[in-house]
Design a protein around this ligand. Structure first.
Ligand code: PMP
Length: 407
């Protein structure tokens, strides 16, 4: 008879294992620096007041829980396009974008990967290039979508900076028409983004090789605190006429992690036929979407649509994003100044140059293990800390711990 008895056991996802270990730790001084979710200065999740307001506005007698269309909520999708590309984007006005609402950023990367893998021409498996290091799910998603996944150099341990030369060389040597995953801003896990000059070098080599940029934008508003500035890289590539994929997540910037609000956009390069191509792409994305999830989750999209489409709520949202991003900057500065004041061995200047939700500490595996076993401090094995996990109540304890393990 049919049996699945020989299915081998797969390892638990390292990040979710870390979260479980943290939950099970009964020490009252424990600190969670693992998952990338914002915490306020009391260490608590923060429901953005603007989200609460939008939620309250939804509660009319007409509100219901009906299905959305396959593509998602139109008012949300249109606003999401404008947020990422700008109100005056020619791509929007020329109708050369196909957009689908997705199960947050993960669903957007997945839908895009599935689509490209299915429809790119050629007999060989398409190549996907992802940064070394990157969000671990990039590897999983693209390899499960039949891509041959390779890493391009990104972070240099020696300089604690982006190794732009090595990155460019790798993109140059890759087979032409490779898919290249780029993080639009606030790179996870390094907290380091290319400068505008470096983005233009990346665009040059990508144009020369005919590569497809696939932007993963999970942190718009978290890099600079400014939504427009944080979409600069995407807009720049689109402005140069690239055909382009964008995965957009509202998990972090609206603090709606569990509601799974996101979009996938495929932007066609300018041509007389571009809007027809975009229509055909939309028709295929709809087939994939129907088979995956039928239609995307509605509740979070309704909230996001309110915030994005109402000028007053939008202004409030920008203000609240500023609160989150400036707290993270302040925490970074504090870690640095406290470690320097202690004369903790090592160079801590990187803390002020890195941006976004994470800091890449360069702590060794042994030090990270010791932080967990002796100090009950939980961070991922690559030495990344989610800066939001620190606050005035646990900062000194964290500094004591780091000082202890590096000495
Ligand atoms: N991309 C990157 C780079 C991320 O860091 C994350 C969240 N950890 C995501 C995508 C997806 O997040 P979500 O599915 O929650 O939107």
């Amino acid at each position: 008879a049919f049996t699945m008895a020989n299915v081998p056991e797969a390892p638990e996802d390292p990040l979710y294992r870390l979260m479980r270990e943290y939950r099970q730790d009964t020490n009252e001084k424990k600190i969670d620096l693992g998952i990338g979710a914002y915490r306020d200065e009391h260490g608590k999740p923060w429901v953005l007041p603007v989200v609460k307001k939008a939620e309250a506005l939804l509660q009319t007698p007409e509100f219901n829980h009906e299905y959305l269309p396959i593509r998602g909520l139109d008012s949300f999708l249109a606003a999401a396009q404008r947020l990422m590309l700008g109100n005056d984007s020619p791509a929007i006005h020329e109708n050369r974008i196909s957009s689908m609402q997705t199960v947050s950023g993960t669903g957007a990367v997945h839908l895009g990967a599935t689509f490209i893998s299915r429809f790119c021409r050629g007999t060989e498996r398409p190549k996907a290039l992802i940064s070394d290091p990157t969000w671990p799910n990039h590897y999983q998603i693209f390899s499960q979508s039949e891509f041959d996944v390779q890493y391009y150099p990104y972070y240099s341990v020696e300089t604690q900076k982006i190794d732009i030369k090595a990155m460019i060389r790798c993109l140059e040597e890759a087979p032409s028409k490779s898919l290249v995953v780029l993080q639009g801003c606030a790179h996870n896990p390094t907290g380091l983004d290319p400068s505008k000059e470096e983005w233009s070098q990346i665009a040059d080599v990508m144009a020369e090789k005919g590569h497809l940029p696939f932007f993963d934008n999970a942190y718009q508003g978290f890099a600079s605190g400014d939504l427009t500035q944080d979409s600069w890289a995407c807009r720049y590539f689109i402005g140069r006429g690239f055909e382009c994929c964008i995965a957009q997540s509202f998990a972090k910037n609206l603090g709606m992690y569990g509601e799974r609000v996101g979009t996938f956009h495929y932007i066609c390069s300018p041509s007389p036929d571009a809007s027809h191509i975009a229509d055909r792409i939309s028709s295929q994305l709809a087939i994939l979407q129907r088979a995956h999830i039928s239609n995307p989750p509605a509740y979070g999209a309704h909230i996001a649509s309110r915030v994005l489409n109402d000028p007053e709520l939008f202004a409030q949202w920008q203000h609240e994003l500023g609160i989150m991003s400036s707290r993270l900057t302040k925490v970074r500065e504090e870690i640095r100044s406290k470690l320097e004041a202690r004369e903790t061995p090592g160079s801590w200047a990187f803390l002020s140059t890195q941006i976004g939700m994470f800091s890449y500490t360069g702590l060794s595996k042994d030090q990270i293990r010791l932080l967990k076993s002796k100090w009950h401090i939980y961070m991922t094995e690559n030495g990344r800390i989610s800066v939001a996990g620190l606050n005035p109540n646990n900062m000194e304890y964290f500094i004591d711990a780091v000082d202890d393990v590096v000495r």
